[in-house]
Design a protein around this ligand. Structure first.
Ligand SMILES: NC(=O)c1ccc[n+]([C@@H]2O[C@H](COP(=O)([O-])OP(=O)(O)OC[C@H]3O[C@@H](n4cnc5c(N)ncnc54)[C@H](O)[C@@H]3O)[C@@H](O)[C@H]2O)c1
Length: 254
């Protein structure tokens, strides 16, 4: 058990959380937020962090989530440092690097395979890598970052939406396999979040129109996702599994 009581919806202090894609964007915000709540955070990414991980007490490990050996190194480093892994946030994805939106007929096989390798295989490899530890602990939380593009059927993004649809399917399937081990697996499907990556892919008019379509009609920041992630990483969420929580200000309703 974690040592200290905590506010409902927050992660318990001391919870060991691994956040992939934590160098920038949403992953950086999640890493900062979880660390501020008292979690022991390890971030992983293929690029160097664009924020002060050391100053936040966060450990950063260079790792490619599409690569099995990277996962072994990441799990070993986390266990060496913290002795356990309570939660995994599978946030890394090819998103900023997608390039311009374009018809499905114009996506190359190489682009398709790369997106699937990182966004889908990476999530599966991550769950597979932490499973022995979580099973032995009799406790674990997995939060997979999907996307509401799956629910909205966003066009000109076929490889990306397919990769995130597969994340939702994987979440359900693995949740059924590991529930008896004390492990929950859930997905969060964010709407359009204003990050550097989003601004590179969408012009301001599109972002403003998207904001206006929400039941809560404003722009979405990475921080809007953080409380949902904390909750799903906390012990209090233990009877929720296999679910996809859409966090988009009220556009898609599941
Ligand atoms: N921004 C949005 O509007 C939005 C909406 C829905 C879902 N999402 C999802 O949220 C997550 C974060 O998105 P973001 O906006 O911060 O995008 P981003 O591109 O800024 O961040 C993704 C991070 O993943 C890292 N990454 C890429 N390939 C990797 C690999 N092979 N191994 C390890 N790390 C790797 C990148 O370096 C980057 O730091 C992604 O899963 C994205 O698909 C974003």
């Amino acid at each position: 058990m974690n040592p200290m009581p905590t506010a409902p919806g927050s992660v318990e202090p001391g919870t060991v959380v691994l956040v992939t894609g934590g160098a920038r964007g949403i992953g950086a915000t999640l890493g900062r937020h979880l660390a501020a709540e008292g979690a022991a955070v390890v971030t992983a990414d293929v690029v160097e962090p664009a924020w002060d991980v050391d100053g936040s007490g966060v450990t950063h490990v260079p790792a490619d989530v599409s690569d099995e050996a990277s996962w072994r190194h990441l799990v070993d480093t986390t266990l060496d440092r913290h002795g356990r892994i309570d939660a995994l946030v599978n946030n890394a994805a090819v998103y900023q690097g997608l390039g311009d939106k374009r018809p499905f007929t114009d996506i190359t096989v190489e682009e398709w395979d790369r997106v699937m390798a990182v966004n889908t295989r990476g999530v599966w490899l991550g769950m597979r890598a932490v499973h022995p530890t979580m099973k032995q602990q009799g406790h674990g939380r997995v939060v997979n970052i999907a996307s509401s593009t799956v629910h909205m059927g966003v066009p000109f993004f076929a490889h990306y939406t397919a990769s995130k649809g597969a994340v939702i399917a994987l979440t359900r399937s693995v949740a059924r396999e590991v529930g008896r081990d004390g492990i929950t697996v859930n997905a969060i499907a964010p709407g359009l979040v204003e990050t550097e990556a989003t601004r590179a892919l969408n012009d301001d008019e599109y972002l403003a129109t998207s904001a206006g379509r929400r039941a809560v009609p404003r722009r979405m920041e990475p921080g809007d996702l953080a409380p949902a992630v904390s909750f799903l990483c906390s012990r209090g969420s233990g009877f929720i599994t296999g679910q996809t929580l859409i966090v988009d200000g009220g556009v898609a309703f599941s």
